[in-house]
Design a binder for this molecule. Sequence first.
Ligand SMILES: Cc1cc2ncn([C@H]3O[C@H](COP(=O)(O)O)[C@@H](O)[C@H]3O)c2cc1C
Ligand SMILES: O=C(O)c1cccnc1
Length: 356
Amino acid sequence: MLYHETLKQIGGLNEEAMLSARDRMDNLIKPPGSLGLLEEIAVKVAGIIGNPRPQIGKRSVIVMAGDHGVINEGVSAAPQDVTWQMLPAFINGVAGIGVLARHAGASIAVVDVGVATDVEIPGVMKCRVKSGADNIAQGPAMTREEAVAAVEVGIRVALREIEQGATLLALGDMGIGNTTPSTAILAALGGYSVAEVTGRGTMVNDEVLGKKRQAVTSALTINNPDSADGLDVLAKVGGLEIAGLAGVVLACASKRVPVLVDGFITGAAALIAAAIEPKTKYFMLASHLSGEPGHKLMLEMLGLKPMLNMGMRLGEGTGAALAMHIVEAACRVLNEMVTFAEAGVVDMEEDKLLKG
Ligand SMILES: Cc1cc2ncn([C@H]3O[C@H](COP(=O)(O)O)[C@@H](O)[C@H]3O)c2cc1C
Ligand SMILES: O=C(O)c1cccnc1
């Protein structure tokens, strides 16, 4: 089974490549550590790819779309049809992710893994596991089998992108209502109170925020997800696009390809992937800190430092696409800057040693 085969292939970071990259980074013509997180990113990418001089080539954003029965609880400011109506704008490059992916030189793969309405949209990959997740406030989002099937959609799409040469992938989501299951996932896996982690998503008002808290509370009470079992949490309080995105993470980890996490929804998918296989965290990079308050807690749970903090709260992979520039910049620094020895500049560390 693709799911189990993928899990079996996930290993750790290449320590040797990281040591070598760190050594070169420390010897480049700059005070040690002066490029901050840029240095850590380059060293991590070296460890992921298993090459002390990593380079970023082709890049791809994978946007998974799915719907959520929980919107019947009145948890979103937008109607469900917006989910499928956004898809042509993704394909035509005129949605937020269309513009930012183009700017980052990335291609976009748009996948219908479980949109409620069955529509034909040219360019969208139809990999529908079912027509929307069921209402988590009343029962499970899907069966365990459906969850595995949706994860496998993500694995397949990511493997295809990687086979076609992608060296850096970004996670993107589209699904009206999907901050609600993402909140439930965070509360379930992190043990946080619902009040603490529920945010405003598409900027809902106080009344809707109250309904959202209630829906998340019901979802957790009725379904009682097992926090020790990532697939159980996913099937009970997750969503189809969240499952697909978790699958993308698993595939990237199995093929040693860095994967950029975007905002709150892709963060929830990353939490699921890490609950299924903790080693997946080694292969993730956090692009930005979302305006959604629970996102900070997600990144802490994943041990990831965000590159950008711009108050973005759109999703679609927009923050991840922006961060592609930074990942490439980090690798270029490691490859294109010279060392003290190469440049004939007095090494600050050696000079210090000589002077005692
Ligand atoms: C026009 C529009 C475009 C979007 N693109 C992403 N989202 C984002 O907002 C939705 C989640 O927020 P909530 O849980 O409050 O519904 C998701 O579709 C997410 O991708 C959008 C939302 C809207 C309205
Ligand atoms: O953080 C995100 O990605 C996000 C937040 C609110 C709504 N949609 C996406």
